[in-house]
Design a protein around this ligand. Structure first.
Ligand code: GLN
Length: 275
């Protein structure tokens, strides 16, 4: 079997062309940036042991495992993160939240920032990488997730303070920015079946999906400096509800931001004060 035939067979099984290419590169122990190599070598034979490895990967992918868990890596905001089933697979949607945070932080050298529910460390590490002088704290309730995030911080040489606990409970003091991609899917969302390989704890948040967002909004004012901001990712249909919660808690300048797909993907507000 040639490489081209292996790719065609995978696509016949229903795999997207890009997924099939990336899994074949993985089976060949080549990097995801080598797709051009794959095209140039499409008449090369696929050795039997590689073919076996490719078939195993195809089966796992067909069973719903995120590509990121199969390859063990995911690029987020240009950073190569190591990820596995202990953490949510970082989504490109969340880069919208990072961009918003960086805009707010632009005039604030050395600002203190907290990332709640850091998972793989994606948001915290993206901020620290973009702005090395920021003081970044990353929190997660899961010791497993913190182990993944810590390993990413060490490997990427991005010093971040890690704390274990529920939302702001392990955090001391007041900060200029609190940012979070919390769980926000409703407990009975049929969409969860397709995400069964990811930690449920990182996805589901009560009957309306807002349990954790409510908790964070309730806790944030005691940990924000006057004029500080709280930015939250939320579900595609939750922006109005989250803005109402923020306004109800006393936040001002309450607004939402769209992701690349045009979905109101995150909402935030400023804690009143210096302005
Ligand atoms: N955006 C993810 C999804 O719906 C959910 C991530 C989250 O709950 N924070 O697939």
């Amino acid at each position: 079997m040639t490489l081209a035939q292996a790719l065609a067979a995978a696509q016949a099984l229903g795999l997207a062309r890009l997924d099939a290419q990336l899994l074949l590169l993985l089976a060949l122990e080549r990097g995801p940036q080598e797709r051009a190599w794959l095209l140039a070598h499409d008449t090369d034979p696929l050795p039997p042991e590689r073919q076996q490895r490719f078939e195993q990967l195809l089966q796992r992918r067909a069973g719903g495992e995120p590509l990121a868990y199969l390859s063990g890596t995911k690029e987020f905001f240009g950073l190569p993160l190591r990820v596995d089933a202990r953490v949510l697979d970082p989504r490109p949607d969340t880069e919208t939240l990072v961009e918003w945070a960086l805009e707010l932080l632009a005039p604030l050298p050395g600002a203190s920032v907290v990332d709640l529910g850091t998972g793989s460390g994606a948001i915290a590490l993206a901020l620290k990488h973009a702005r090395p002088e920021l003081r970044v704290t990353a929190v997660d309730a899961s010791a497993d997730a913190l182990a993944v995030a810590r390993a990413n911080a060490e490997r990427l040489d991005l010093p971040v303070t890690f704390l274990q606990g529920s939302w702001l409970s392990p955090v001391a003091g007041r900060h200029q920015l609190i940012v979070s991609n919390p769980p926000y899917v409703t407990d009975d969302d049929p969409h969860l079946a397709a995400l069964a390989h990811e930690p449920l704890q990182a996805l589901a948040s009560g009957p309306d999906g807002l349990r954790d967002i409510r908790e964070i909004i309730a806790q944030a004012p005691a940990h924000l400096l006057p004029g500080g901001w709280l930015l939250l990712e939320q579900g595609w249909d939750q922006a109005a509800a989250v803005r109402a919660l923020l306004a109800g808690a006393g936040f001002v300048q309450v607004q939402s931001r769209m992701d690349l797909a045009g979905i109101a993907r995150c909402s935030g507000g400023q804690w009143p004060g210096l302005g």
